[in-house]
Design a protein around this ligand. Structure first.
Ligand SMILES: Nc1ncnc2c1ncn2[C@@H]1O[C@H](COP(=O)(O)OP(=O)(O)OP(=O)(O)O)[C@@H](O)[C@H]1O
Ligand SMILES: [Mg+2]
Length: 312
């Protein structure tokens, strides 16, 4: 991790209540997550569908309010503050680019809207900035007059990226930015995000259910299972020496993920009372009595490598 800490969460927790009045249950989507992200670093967040990745990303940006815990950005506690001054610095790129773009707006207007959100510019400055952003994301000027329906999925995602960049962010949550794209476009968008990171000194929280994508772009990887980070380490360390049985399961599934199959979704974490013990124990080949009784904490294994399991 780089020396300067950009973002930090402490015990970040978000619960959802669903069901009807008779059958109410709580889903702990994000459960006491502690995460530190250095400036310029990319943290990959990986885990099955429903494990809480999107919720964690959105809670960090305060697009969803946390129930408890703290969020620090550039050392400032932003858990309860008015987010207006921070919005520009903290952006999100969505999974489904077409759904996040107004179909009645042209590319120039969609990006222009982002530029206007970033500050007051003269017409000429705005024009110049549009030109710059279009070029940055790989568009020729003629694309400016296109509508979203006239763009490929990869091009729509480039518009989403330009809009996020328009306000000069420091931190971007990339929520499955390539999952809805054809494999042929995925590498292009990943490479674009990597180039932008280098040039603009961006910091990413890169969310994906696909371990091979996350490994490719991330400095460190956080493996999430039912609301908890169960393993954290460098991409190579986790790939070569996964310590948590759940990470081992995800990594053993890489060949099938590379065929772009979505892994099965984890059973929802529905509790009437707080869970006891390790929440992976139901699926764990190593589970023993202690796993039922005690929740394993995320503890250091070596250097940057942390794992939440009672066993070596
Ligand atoms: N607004 C909501 N109301 C109720 N439950 C919700 C809400 N949003 C998310 N959840 C629940 O919280 C849990 C985590 O959802 P989340 O969308 O964060 O998972 P995810 O890891 O992003 O999954 P995916 O890979 O499918 O995008 C799930 O059990 C989900 O059903
Ligand atoms: Mg999600």
């Amino acid at each position: 991790m780089s020396k300067e800490l950009l973002l930090k969460t402490e015990g970040l927790t978000k619960k959802f209540v669903s069901g009807n009045r008779k059958n109410r249950h709580e889903v702990i989507a994000v459960d006491h997550v502690d995460l530190e992200i250095g400036r310029g670093e990319t943290i990959g967040l990986v885990g099955e569908s429903g494990c809480g990745k999107t919720t964690l990303g959105r809670v960090i940006l305060r697009l969803i309010e946390p129930d408890s815990g703290k969020i620090y950005f550039r050392g400032e506690d932003i858990t309860r503050v008015n987010m207006r001054p921070y919005r520009r610095k903290m952006q999100i790129i969505f999974q489904n680019p077409s759904g996040s773009l107004d179909p009645r707006m042209k590319v120039s207007d969609l990006i222009g809207e982002g530029i206007e959100a970033g500050g007051s510019y003269t017409r000429a400055e705005k024009e110049e900035r549009l030109h710059y952003l279009m070029e940055r994301v790989g568009f020729i000027p003629e694309m400016a007059s296109r509508y979203p329906s006239e763009l490929s999925g990869g091009q729509q995602q480039r518009v989403g990226i330009a809009r996020a960049l328009a306000v000069n962010p420091e931190f971007i949550v990339c929520d499955e930015p390539v999952s809805s794209l054809d494999v042929s476009y995925q590498a292009q968008i990943i490479n674009l995000l990597k180039d932008l990171r280098e040039e603009l000194g961006l910091t990413y929280l890169f969310i994906s259910h696909d371990f091979s994508v996350v490994r490719n772009i991330s400095d460190r990887v956080a493996v999430m299972y039912l609301g908890k980070i169960v393993e954290l380490g460098t991409g190579t360390e986790i790939t070569d020496h996964p310590a948590h049985p759940y990470s081992q399961l995800l990594i053993s599934a890489i060949p099938s993920m590379e065929r772009n199959e979505r892994p099965v979704s984890s059973e929802q974490m529905i509790f009437d009372k707080p869970p006891t013990g390790c929440r992976f124990r139901y699926r764990c080949p190593r589970a023993q009595e202690i796993c039922e009784q005690e929740e394993p904490a995320l503890t250091q294994r070596s250097g940057d490598h942390y794992c939440a399991c009672h066993f070596e």
